[in-house]
Design a protein around this ligand. Sequence first.
Ligand code: FAS
Ligand code: PHB
Length: 396
Amino acid sequence: MKTEVAIIGAGPSGLLLGQLLTNAGIDNVILERRSGAYVLSRIRAGVLEQGTVDLLREAGVADNLDANGLIHDGFEIAFNGDRVRIDLEGLTGGKHVTVYGQTAVTEDLMNARRAAGATTYYEAEDVTPHDVTTDAPYVSFTHEGTAYRLDCAYIAGCDGFHGVSRRSIPAERLNTFSREYPLGWLGVMSETPPVAEELIYATHERGFAMCSMRSPTRSRYYIQVAADESPDNWSDEAFWAELKQRLPADVAGQLVTGPSIEKSVAPLHSFVAEPMQYGRMLLLGDAAHIVPPTGAKGLNLAVSDVNTAYRVFRQIYDHSRPEALNAYSATCLSRIWKTERFSWWMTSNLHKFSDTPDFNSRMQRAEISYYLDSKAGRATIAENYVGLPFAALPAA
Ligand code: FAS
Ligand code: PHB
């Protein structure tokens, strides 16, 4: 079996890269460990940067997004009982974000790939990259009990943090940078109207809380918990009661509660692997980096890697510039580290880290006060939240 680009992983990174390559006539095969149903069952991101929306439109998969996505021109930070609005549109010269769940993005991409007749192996087992430092790499895997070899020109490791791609790179060829926060987000999805028109990030002495949504009838809420907390320890009633305590009174009074249709804990972690390339294998998305969800960046950062990888492959296949591959990692990492910074800043300053007031908690208060009281500070938050510009490949 042979293709040009073997893509490992059918999450948003793998599916979006696959769609862009297919549209460009560059053959590709996706190998996914799980079933399509399992991939769709994972509840994750909810906010899309403008760059993400633009790339989904370029891939021709944005019809549902354009019809059902919710344009948001701002969001609020609740601090010391006050609600301060970050006027995204006013502070960024007209930019905004779109609320549209990662599950919907993934489903749109799956449907487009099926319609294009591109090849995806779901429930592929023992997917393993081989000979990635040669000019004839291949990927071995088994599917429905049969062993396969997929010869290719390039491998795109889109297999997430726990995937095989990054782990297949010799440790001495990789530098990793990691911060594990002693925190998790307990998330609940409910078929209830959102408590507010825009997202609210709330700091509180009991801990962080966040109000988001998926549609005018479906809400997504989070509360800070310990990193090892189990969702089984939280009844719906306990979750709603705790959320109300952490929200400003006027917001809590508007909260419509209901049965949870999903409940899960996501641990908070910052992580970057450098470089994001080994021979003819590229790492994209969570395979290369992780951000805490506080900045709404995980999915968007994966998409910016896809944008860079796609431009590299167009240089290789349309302009016979194989050396473009060597610009991939540095081009991605510049924007990745700035986005890691924003996600770390939002996480470090909005969450509770100590039960007793200490110097750090006073610094948190001063940091948030300064940024919210200053137009320059609010503009800094706004330009990061709508998304920094995608990095361009260096000129040929
Ligand atoms: P993904 O992890 O989505 O996809 C990788 C795919 O590779 C998976 O389908 C996996 O099954 C497959 N795979 C793994 N190993 C394999 C192997 N050996 N062989 C074949 N396939 C393999 N981001 C936000 O912006 N906001 C959020 O609120 C948010 N919440 C999150 C909650 C959780 C629990 C997690 C884990 C992440 C969350 N994220 C959030 C980040 C998330 O959206 C990721 O950034 C996004 O899924 C990245 O997409 P991919 O890089 O495609 O990785
Ligand atoms: C979500 O809607 O799931 C969401 C939104 C913004 C975040 C994190 C999660 O920062």
